[in-house]
Write a protein that binds this ligand. Structure first.
Ligand code: GDP
Length: 415
């Protein structure tokens, strides 16, 4: 395209003050209204072994009893199960999708347990990319299924992370915002918990796993977020059971020796988790997913497709990239066709040889049968001949005997 010559002012941006109210100060309200009307979506992935408290935590977090079918415990591998719900608070609608990792940690061989999770996350990125690349795309109404937050449930062992945890987090860290939590933290003492938290963070650090950090660049939340970052991983307790404390009902877990209140920050970090992911950083989780994790996926995919920024600076031409892609595709198709033809010819030859071999075997069998038949016939003929000779000798003997008998009868004197 020919470049148009434009007279553009190059100096610093000049200030201009309207003489009266123009009305563009309503822009933030317009944005909020539009977003509120559209509704929001939030997708959470829960990773953790069966029975670690994932479903209970989701119910506790959203103060809802989500419907879900019972999960089997004897699957041969990990399966992901996504359930979507429509929630509403005042006039804000939230489409929430909870993805559970059914069967995670249940198998004896856990080597590839992370694979279905990685594939699921990639598939959601890929679906978004495909929509983005369409000529007639519809990102406005797009049903975004990309994972915004991954709650990683660590078993409250008090020792260290399991190798399955380290491997899985390492595979996922570039793809999703990981928020590690210590599950069922009411089962571990306060002192052990502090040591366990410290141990987990140092293990993650030495494995080079940088989990999601609450952002500290926005001054209004930086102090809170920085404090919360230092409390990670959150030690959580989940429960929907209510008990009466003073004159109000609180959610808690009751034991013979006492009560653990879920929303009491002296008992566990549940309120911090809820505050951080739902009340303060929900939008940051959504935007980080788009600008960091999805961006990385998109960049890698576009590079694979032959686009890159170097080409752009060297007078990048979409037509050229398309043409190269087309030629490469044709070459691949040609290679595939040649390969198929060669395979076909080889198979035909193989079949021909097999048939020839079978024919030879049949021929041999026929020959041996024919020979056996001729031998049998010859043997029978010989036996028949022998029998005939025997018979004629017998008849001869019989005649001789009969003759001798009649002669001797004639020669006897009459009485
Ligand atoms: P999931 O398989 O990971 O979804 O686990 P569930 O949420 O179904 O919980 C399994 C069991 O653990 C249930 O009996 C829960 O009541 C119990 N549980 C859930 N959260 C906690 C917790 O924070 N502390 C304790 N002690 N038990 C919990």
């Amino acid at each position: 395209m020919a470049e148009i010559d434009v007279d553009r002012y190059q100096g610093p941006l000049r200030e201009a003050t309207p003489n009266g109210h123009v009305g563009f100060d309503s822009l933030p309200d317009q944005v909020v209204n539009k977003a509120t009307n559209n509704g929001f979506c939030f997708n959470i992935l829960c990773i953790g072994e069966t029975g670690i408290g994932k479903s209970t935590m989701m119910n506790t977090l959203f103060n809802t009893s989500f419907d879900d079918d019972p999960r089997p415990h004897d699957l041969p591998g990990v399966r992901l199960r996504a359930n979507s719900y429509e929630l509403q608070e005042t006039n804000v609608r939230l489409k929430l999708t909870i993805v559970d990792t059914v069967g995670f940690g249940d198998q004896v061989n856990k080597e590839n347990s992370y694979r279905p999770i990685v594939d699921y996350i990639d598939q959601q990125f890929e679906a978004y990319l495909q929509e983005e690349l369409k000529v007639k795309r519809n990102l406005h109404d797009y049903n975004d299924s990309r994972i915004h937050a991954c709650l990683y449930f660590i078993a409250p062992t008090g020792h260290s992370l399991k190798s399955l945890d380290l491997v899985t987090m390492k595979e996922l860290v570039e793809k999703v915002n990981i928020i590690p939590v210590i599950a069922k933290s009411d089962t571990i003492s306060k002192e052990e918990l502090q040591q366990f938290k410290f141990k987990i963070m140092s293990e993650l650090l030495s494995a080079g796993i940088q989990t999601y950090q609450f952002p500290t660049d926005d001054q209004s939340v930086s102090a809170l977020n920085a404090k919360m970052n230092s409390l990670l991983p959150f030690a959580v307790v989940g429960s929907m059971d209510e008990i009466k404390v003073g004159n109000r009902m609180v959610r808690a877990r009751q034991y013979p020796w006492g009560t653990v209140q879920v929303e009491n920050d002296a008992h566990c970090d549940f309120v911090h988790l809820r505050e951080m992911i739902l009340r303060t950083n929900l939008e940051d989780l959504r935007s980080t997913t788009h600008t960091k994790h999805y961006e990385l996926h998109r960049r890698n995919k576009l590079r694979e497709m032959g686009f890159n920024d170097d080409a752009q600076s060297n007078n990048f031409n979409l037509q050229e990239v398309y043409e190269n892609k087309r030629v490469e595709h044709q070459r691949n198709m040609q290679d595939k066709e040649d390969e198929m033809r060669q395979t076909f010819v080889a198979r035909v030859k193989e079949k021909e040889n097999e048939l020839k071999e079978a024919e030879g075997q049949l021929h041999e069998k026929f020959e041996s049968l024919r020979k056996r038949h001729t031998d049998d016939k010859r043997r029978l003929e010989e036996r028949r001949q022998a029998l005939e000779d025997e018979m004629s000798a017998f008849i001869q003997r019989k005649n001789t005997v009969e003759m001798q008998q009649s002669q001797s009868k004639k020669g006897l004197p009459k009485k």
